[in-house]
Design a protein around this ligand. Structure first.
Ligand code: HEM
Length: 428
């Protein structure tokens, strides 16, 4: 059995069986997320080994952190846990070329200076226009699916991140399909749907090179002609008192990767509502949208892990860590911590307050959170308006990625609201 997203709180005997079966799975291995059960591993680690040394394939090991309180501490305490040596498992044991240049790979005070202009460009007010864009995009994919009576929710959402970010950054619409493909190759290079024949490493490198080259061109075209979009805010970034074109491109890449995560929260929540037979009930309760949105982020935890390195010998959860050690926090685990969430394996759209860590915490807390919250609301509003009921039409498949938690494919049958469909047809 799987404890994996999505599932209800299973009885203790089946939990033990799943946890035993999960054994010591390598949480850095993307295939654990596609075929295995990370939740069973985290469940065991939270109970028996919350801060523990983990080995991973042929790469160096790392300290794994699974409890909410310890995850929160690592993310907040930038003096003891630095971001400057990279924030993703894929740089483990290698120097991170983005160090000190990409916002996410800096520490305060440099980080504070770099973050401010981007925060402004991504504030709720400056992103208000994106709502109309995303509504149009959602309708464009949803209406044909509603006509057919069937859809793959994961495929439906795939193009949305680039549509949103492309608008915020002022990127030409004709480029969006190619950017979507490259972004997915970058965040899920092991996923069969996105992987190139030469394998995951070649897929990642190709995506990396192509995205960097693309953003270099965009930055070059835009230099000297700034607007009010996010790309212009990036072009104004100063690193050590001067402009750094490399930093502009590295931050564009980071934004693209960050943005790729948000629709997975919508997909995972919709699939969970369909699987539990509660879709129609929640679709009829627009007044419960706020808690539903937050529970979707907790439940899906679309950004799965972040990496830090200790700057000094430090104690965490009663365990002594040496200086210079890699530390990985698992947000998906923190968001199922029974010490913080009542009944954590139950998807509860009325859960409130919901202190999830899906957007991180501390100085690096997600810059795109206001945008992601706004967009997921739009998705729910549009789907609920058009679709009366959803039911599973096969087993969903999980993405082969240790970073983005979500589905690669999630087929459902659709019972449409005929009047809403007719109106959508009239509105064009
Ligand atoms: C469901 C959607 C999203 C989730 C779950 C998510 C999650 C996160 C998390 C956990 C962090 C903290 C990283 C750390 O501590 O090292 C983060 C940072 C960041 N996110 Fe997001 N994110 C989402 C959407 C977005 C979007 C839409 C954008 C851009 C438009 C974005 C841009 C960023 C950036 C630039 C940072 C780095 C902030 C900093 O270092 O100060 N994210 N995100």
């Amino acid at each position: 059995m799987r404890l994996t997203r999505p599932d209800r709180d299973p009885p203790p005997s089946t939990v033990d069986a799943a946890v035993d079966a999960a054994g010591d799975a390598d949480l850095a291995d993307p295939m654990v997320y596609a075929d295995g059960d990370p939740h069973a591993v985290w469940y065991r680690l939270r109970r028996t080994d919350p801060v523990s040394w983990r080995r991973t394939g042929d790469r160096p090991g790392y300290w794994s952190v699974t409890r909410y309180a310890d995850v929160d501490r690592v993310l907040r305490d930038h003096r003891s846990f630095t971001s400057t040596r990279g924030t993703f498992l894929n740089v483990l044991g290698r120097p991170d070329p983005a160090s000190g240049r990409q916002l996410a790979a800096t520490d305060p005070p440099r980080h504070t200076v770099m973050r401010s202009p981007l925060q402004q460009a991504l504030s709720i007010r400056s992103t208000a226009d994106q709502e109309a864009v995303i509504r149009k995009q959602v309708r464009a994919v949803l209406v044909p699916a509603a006509h057919s009576g069937w859809m793959d929710v994961a495929a439906l959402m795939t193009g949305l991140p680039v549509a949103v970010l492309g608008t915020v950054m002022g990127l030409p619409e004709a480029d969006w399909p190619q950017l979507t493909r490259l972004a997915m190759m970058a965040v899920a290079p092991h996923e069969p749907r996105w992987q190139l024949p030469k394998g995951p490493d070649a897929t990642l490198q190709r995506a990396h090179r192509a995205l960097f080259a693309y953003f270099q061109d965009q930055a070059h075209d835009r230099a000297g002609n700034p607007g009010s979009d996010l790309m212009s805010a990036l072009l104004g970034l100063q690193v050590d008192g001067h402009a750094d074109p490399g930093a502009v491109v590295a931050n564009c890449y980071s934004l693209m990767v960050g943005a790729a995560t948000w629709p997975h929260a919508a997909t995972v929540a919709l699939v969970e509502l369909a699987a539990s037979g509660r879709y129609a009930q929640w679709a009829a309760r627009p007044d419960l949208l706020d808690p539903l949105v937050e529970e979707a982020f907790r439940w899906a935890s679309p950004a799965n892990h972040f990496l830090r390195h200790t700057t000094t010998a430090v104690e965490l959860g009663g365990v002594g860590l040496p200086a210079g050690a890699p530390v990985v926090v698992w947000l998906g685990s923190a968001n199922r911590d029974e010490a913080v969430f009542a009944d954590p394996y139950t998807f509860d759209p009325t859960r409130w307050p919901n202190r999830h860590l899906a957007f991180g915490s501390g100085p690096h807390n997600c810059l795109g959170a206001p945008l992601a919250r706004r967009m997921i609301r739009v998705v729910f509003e549009e789907v609920f308006a058009l679709v009366a009921d959803l039911a599973p039409a096969g087993e969903p498949s999980h993405l082969a990625s240790n970073f983005v938690a979500g589905y690669g494919c999630a087929p459902v049958t659709v019972e449409v609201r005929e009047s809403a469909l007719a109106k959508a047809g009239r509105d064009g």
